[in-house]
Design a protein around this ligand. Structure first.
Ligand code: V55
Ligand code: FE
Length: 479
């Protein structure tokens, strides 16, 4: 008999593990889905198949479950399936959890010592003809994009030396190259970072290692047409703490924030380091180079959004006390010194997104999600224990904001942008809306340019969908 899950915030209410693998052919849709939307939206969610070995764990440790929404001829077909990692298979065979705390192998059952810990639960990307499920503490897992079957762990055919691969690779839409990195590349708690490039065919063509000032949670980075920027925020790992059975990450505001900036095709030894006060960023909206100036647009927060990271650093505050903002950081390479210019852009939020065509270049429009207390009380969902209740469109050149609240008893999961083929059309956003009043979900499709008009189509899903992390849209012709 399966044991119960814990009664902590990451496991109760909407965060209760779902463990449902399913398929719904032809979702019921209210409104009209434009026929030009033709492709598959892949989305990943952590969903632990067993209660934690040690009685507790965090949301982001859950086994990867892949969701696929296939949009075709005005219809949507839905499927979700577990990713059968080595870890998932070993635990399924044992009938219980064998791995201990998030990113702490010293807490594992001896039977899995040295076996893969990856859960592939963060970002699905389609590149070089492969669908990959990414998790930053390990290597990618390759999936069949049609059946969602797990094909195996992916290491660029034996070429990748880094033990890890970020869940936030950066695509150059013009060249088709995928820029990525791995941190703790040489092992647990190391300062090794691998900077990597895969060409449009999905072959690894570059891997260069360097060291960051300290081992840090490097969740995302920025690549422009000319530069790569590696952020180092003061959320640190310590091997002795791991050996003592402690948290992989702890907030440590005694350290500064560092940014390594290098020419993207240059040498890692040419990295120039900039410094700023302690803060934390999970995600960057976009970045671009303008002459000698490199701009990086970030979903800033004064302290990390995840309670377990704050608490391991001794900071016990609720999510309502975190201050955030959308900010632009500028690194001027023509000036001496190590200081960063900062320009406020917009209200707090996360899950930022631009149209693929705007990646890496000067751009006008971005989209991101917010929790705004004016729209309703907080609802515990997802790893930050507060769900988003609005989506915002920002015009970067004018500062103009357009916001769509999703309803006081609803929350929204990360949106994906879908390009339109119509000239002058800004495309669409699609996102899951959790209906907490009825314990079900919907997929909302909105016209990006007219976000505030609300959904043009709402697809009904007669199930609670646990809060996912990231997704990506793959046009039918690419598949
Ligand atoms: C994040 C998510 C992760 C992770 C580290 O959203 C950071 C941030 C879903 O896994 O391992
Ligand atoms: Fe992320």
């Amino acid at each position: 008999m399966a044991a119960p899950f814990p009664s902590s915030l990451d496991f109760i209410g909407h965060n209760m593990p779902s463990r449902i693998e399913c398929e719904i052919h032809d979702l019921v849709i209210e409104g009209r889905l434009p026929e030009e939307i033709n492709g598959t939206w892949f989305h990943l969610v952590p969903d632990p198949q067993f209660p934690p070995l040690l009685g507790e764990d965090v949301y982001i440790s859950g086994d990867g479950m892949i969701r696929a929404f296939r949009f075709e001829s005005g219809r949507i077909h839905f499927r979700q399936r577990y990713i059968q990692t080595e870890r998932w298979k070993l635990e399924r065979a044992a009938g219980r959890a064998l791995y201990g705390l998030y990113r702490n192998p010293f807490t594992d059952d001896p039977s899995v010592r040295g076996k893969g810990r990856g859960v592939a639960n963060t970002t699905p990307i389609f590149h070089g003809g492969r669908l990959l499920a990414l998790k930053e503490d390990s290597r990618a897992w390759e999936l069949d994009p049609r059946t969602l079957e797990t094909l195996g762990e992916f290491d660029y055919n034996g070429k990748l030396r880094s033990q890890t691969m970020t869940a936030h690779p950066r695509l150059d839409p013009e060249t088709g190259e995928l820029y990525f990195f791995g941190y703790e590349a040489g092992g647990l708690a190391t300062r090794d970072v691998a900077y990597c490039v895969a060409n449009r065919d999905g072959e690894l063509v570059r891997e260069d290692w360097f060291q960051v000032p300290y081992c840090s949670l490097m969740h995302d980075f920025i690549v422009t047409k000319e530069h790569a920027v590696f952020p180092v925020f003061p959320v640190t790992c310590d091997l002795e703490r791991l050996k003592a059975g402690g948290s992989h990450w702890a907030w440590d505001p005694s350290k500064e924030t560092w940014f390594g900036v290098m020419p993207r095709d240059g040498k890692v030894s040419d990295m120039r380091w900039f410094r700023a006060p302690p803060c934390f960023v999970f995600h960057f909206l976009n970045g671009y180079t303008e002459g000698s100036r490199v701009h990086v647009d970030a979903c800033y927060s004064d302290v990390p959004a995840f309670a377990f990271i704050r608490e391991a650093g001794g900071l016990h505050i609720g999510p309502d006390r975190i201050r955030g903002q959308l900010v632009r950081w500028t690194f001027d390479l023509s000036k001496p010194g190590d200081r960063v210019e900062e320009t406020p852009l917009g209200p707090p939020g996360d899950m930022p997104r631009v149209a693929d065509k705007d990646l890496m270049v000067d751009y006008e429009i971005g989209y991101y999600m917010n929790y705004n207390p004016e729209f309703g009380p907080p609802i515990n969902t997802g790893p930050a224990n507060v769900g988003f209740n609005a989506v915002t469109r920002i015009e970067l050149k004018t500062g103009k904001l357009t916001t769509l609240p999703v309803g006081a008893t609803n929350t929204a999961q990360e949106h994906v942008h879908i390009a339109s083929k119509q000239p002058g059309h800004e495309g669409y956003l699609a996102f899951i809306v959790d209906r907490h009043d009825e314990n079900q979900a919907e997929v909302w499709v909105v016209e990006a340019q007219h976000l505030d008009r609300g959904p043009i189509a709402r697809a009904k899903i007669p199930l609670r969908l646990r809060c996912g992390v990231h997704g990506n849209w793959v046009p039918a012709e690419a598949l």
